[in-house]
Design a protein around this ligand. Structure first.
Ligand SMILES: *Cc1c(COP(=O)(O)O)cnc(C)c1O
Length: 384
């Protein structure tokens, strides 16, 4: 095994960042293609940045974020937090009592780990299912959770979404929607309504998922609940800081739904090209992906590496040889090693799909050549 503990994951990430830095300094930013779908940035003018140094700026940006955020998310009040995970934690700290039940419906397991972890922290019983017929709300339930679109971009059926909200509200139980990517994916690509318009009491989105914003969480919902959650958020330091608030604001303003729709169409073209040679790629709403297990099947060569290792080696080859950034090389410890090629962010528009297909094919060829030599694979991942 090449990468089998958190320290090694940190080391491979450091190496990936060094490679990226080297490429930017030597060949320019245009030599890189960030296809993570997480390439959110920090859009701000110099005069806006100057305002951050005074007390006036945060007042202005938070005020403006109320209007812009409500338009994006619905609801009657907006609360910017440090991450989606922070918003989930704060909501659970506020609404969920020890020994009470939390039930979660999502289109496909697994849920984002912040949800079960937060429940564990408050001593609640947590249940999740991706089988709609098996979803029920037991006695003593304090919160119902719905995921709008999963980490792998599996989108919920809108009819089921509404039904779960109805079931919860019949029992006067609040509903929190984890709409990290869903706030855009569901609404723009699948023409679904905003979570708050469907009746959600709280909805949270991630401002660097499928939009040009910073890592951050944008929460919307019923004013009374948001106010209560805000108290916890401030008590525990979970709120977004002024620079992030500014970048969230500009990220939402610069969000272009046409890019998502465009990538939704282009991914079929890329998928067909890849399928001439491969059979384990899968479509996502805005691109294609291959899981570590899929990659292993695709390879079908005797080797000593774990499936995740194969994904790391393959994704490092893509990065080193072609400047293609996918999540595995740069991810934090514990993240999924699935290699996703997301076509919704601006770098993807610079790529011709035939070229991208060829780059993926030749990276795969190099993986085939390297795979039986563990030392060489280790070198690909850990050395510059
Ligand atoms: C990304 C994601 C999160 C967490 O977002 P962070 O900004 O990392 O906290 C939560 N839920 C889903 C479904 C996600 O995709």
């Amino acid at each position: 095994m090449i990468v089998d503990n958190s320290l090694q994951e940190v080391k491979k990430r450091e190496n990936a960042l060094s490679i990226i830095k080297y490429k930017v300094e030597n060949d320019g930013r245009s030599s890189l293609f960030d296809l993570t779908g997480l390439s959110g940035g920090f859009i701000a003018t110099p005069s806006e940045i100057n305002l951050l140094e005074t007390y006036v700026g945060p007042a202005i940006f938070e005020e403006e974020l109320q209007a812009v955020g409500k338009e994006h998310m619905g609801g009657d009040k907006i609360l910017p937090v440090n991450r989606t995970s922070s918003g989930i934690l704060a909501t659970i700290l506020t609404l969920v009592a020890e020994d009470s039940n939390v039930v979660h419906y999502l289109a496909e397991l697994p849920a984002h780990p912040s949800i079960p972890r937060s429940c564990k922290l408050v001593g609640a019983n947590y249940f999740e299912t991706d089988v709609f017929e098996e979803f029920s709300i037991p006695e003593n339930t304090s919160l119902v959770v719905i995921t709008g679109s999963t980490m792998d971009h599996k989108v919920i059926d809108e009819g089921e979404f509404k039904k779960v909200i109805e079931m919860a509200h019949e029992k006067d139980i609040p509903v929190m929607v984890d709409d990290a990517s869903g706030a855009r994916l569901r609404t723009v690509v699948f023409n679904q309504a905003r979570a708050c318009d469907l009746g959600a009491d709280i909805a949270i989105t991630s401002t660097d998922k499928l939009m040009p914003g910073p890592r951050g969480g944008l929460m919307a919902g019923k004013e009374e609940l948001i106010d209560k959650i805000k108290v916890k958020v401030n008590q525990f330091g979970l709120e977004a800081q002024p620079p992030a608030v500014l970048a969230m604001l500009n990220g939402i303003k610069n969000f272009d739904g046409d890019n998502l729709i465009n990538s939704f169409e282009r991914k079929d073209e890329l998928f067909d090209l890849l399928n001439e040679k491969f059979s384990n790629f899968q479509k996502t709403p805005t691109g294609v992906m291959i899981s570590p297990q899929g990659l292993s099947k695709e390879l079908n060569i005797e080797n000593e590496l774990s499936d995740n290792d194969l994904a790391f080696v393959f994704s490092f080859i893509l990065l080193k040889d072609y400047g293609i950034i996918t999540i595995p090389p740069v991810s934090m410890p514990g993240a999924s090693a699935t290699i996703r090629f997301d076509l919704s962010t601006s770098d993807a528009f610079k790529l011709n799909l035939n070229d991208l297909n060829k780059k993926i094919e030749s990276s795969f060829k190099r993986l085939q050549e390297a795979v039986s030599n563990e030392d060489e694979c280790r070198e690909i991942v850990f050395t510059f």
